[in-house]
Design a protein around this ligand. Sequence first.
Ligand code: NAP
Length: 542
Amino acid sequence: MQNKDFNRNLDVAIIGAGFSGLYMVHSMRNRGLSVKSFEKGNGVGGTWYWNRYPGAGSDIESLEYSYSFSEELQQEWKWKERYASQPELEAYLEHVADRFDLNKDIELNVSVDEMVWIQDQARWKVTLSTGEVISARFMVMATGLLSSPKKVEFEASDEFKGELYKTYDWPHEDVSFKGKKVGIIGTGSTAVQAIPIIAETADELFVFQRTPNFSAPRNNGPLDPEYENRVKAMYPEWREMQKNSFGGYVSVNFQPMFPNPNAGADMSDEQILEEFEFRWKSGGLAFYTSFYDLLGNKELNDKLGDFFRDKIRTKIKDPKKAEKLIPKDYPILTKRLCADTNYYETFNNDYVHIVDIKEDPIIRFIENGIQTQNNTYELDQIIIATGFDAITGAMVNLNIKGADGKTLSEEWLQGPRTNAGLMTNGFPNMFFVNGPGSCTGFFNPVLNVEYQGEWIGDLIDHMRNNDHSIVDSDVSGDDTWSEKMAEVARDTLFWGSNNWYIGANIDGKAQVMQLYLGGFPAYKEYTKELADQNYRSFNFLN
Ligand code: NAP
């Protein structure tokens, strides 16, 4: 039924056209719903559209970090590398958009400025950056986990007359570092990927580090055809293994492996070391599944920390530089483990410097560089890699008014509350994918959106079959899930570092575990049970 108050009336409006948004367009349209995705970028890809800095790529293997919904797609797409780089991921997502004819339902260069719930029409009124006002029966927030940059202000940043770059909004044109003095601020996963590439051509590189990070070797390279054939010959079974695992990736040393079911506490030091060496050889994120008690048992966690500290010492020749680059005062894995190609080795070049800005803080930008408390660094280029207001940032920064005029940012001031990461009370007909309260971040986001997307689609079908026009999460559903989330996170070591999972990287942000740490199998069981029990803890209105 057309409503004349609006320029257009949709069944479903989706915000974003990254991995999540693309899947949701496909899935909602297959269910016969009219759908549009609004994407502020000039192309599809989301994270993989914006973060085009040198070295950007995924830390989950390409054969696993890809859609599973189409057997033809997963058989026919040929990945070049073990871990896909940004250009390849962007090309893959463009291919998916073309192949499934998604582009006709994606509007690029359009952002959503405001969303207001109109109860008596059972619709969201959505104001777009184009000035158009549309309505949608349902909203899907496919806004991304790491898409809203952290706001970092450096004194006098506009005085700097050189080139200023932000990794999360990297230019589409080539940036040359040749013959340049470059400064980069931040040493998270982003910087750890970018630094070795920048150092290949820069004249001089200054890395401004506040907290050192642990990084495992990424062991990237061309995808071995024998391995690719082996996975593709059993792709459906491989995907099932992924979907039944904690983290959604099962490849360790090119074999599918479930997380080690053993507790490190029950193992001898030799067995522990053997397991760590095995994971080091595989590289990347394989450590997360080495022992299930790694993030709860301080003594075991310290053993892994020591293992990494020893490895880092062997990589960096200058002991003074090594000591600066070695993390010492927080539990390993609580800040997301980085994965690198030659990160530590890069500092063996005389022209690559580590500046400890805890010891010697940045005071201000100056016309030709950065001034710290004790030094002046002359720079041609400054790169900001200071991270994201993760998980909730993209949504609370949007102007969203739910039932009774409540805004989402007010509602989530003390941290996000959701019913199983799918909805939040007071914001009817608004769904999250790969958002707070989901397993994503600890689980492969590509497989997560496929699961959450179908759960949401089934809920919408249920409403259509029963003539319901409104669904809202009951406050008791949000309470139960928030308690479950807090319970699994309470005794972990995550509270020991300023990581983005708990919002501690953003000043003033409420510190709560924003993602579900209980694992995907438990998440699936819980959400299936909700659906089977007639959508327990969701309220419907006609
Ligand atoms: P990040 O991990 O949050 O790192 C931000 C860095 O900037 C940290 O070193 C931080 O220091 C520093 N920083 C923040 N505010 C600062 C300030 N005011 N002054 C000086 N330094 C400051 O962000 P990221 O590197 O963009 O990575 C975020 C997440 O994105 C990763 O954890 C990962 O999940 C994902 N990611 C994945 C990949 C991949 O799969 N390969 C690549 C890139 C990113 P402190 O630690 O002291 O706060």
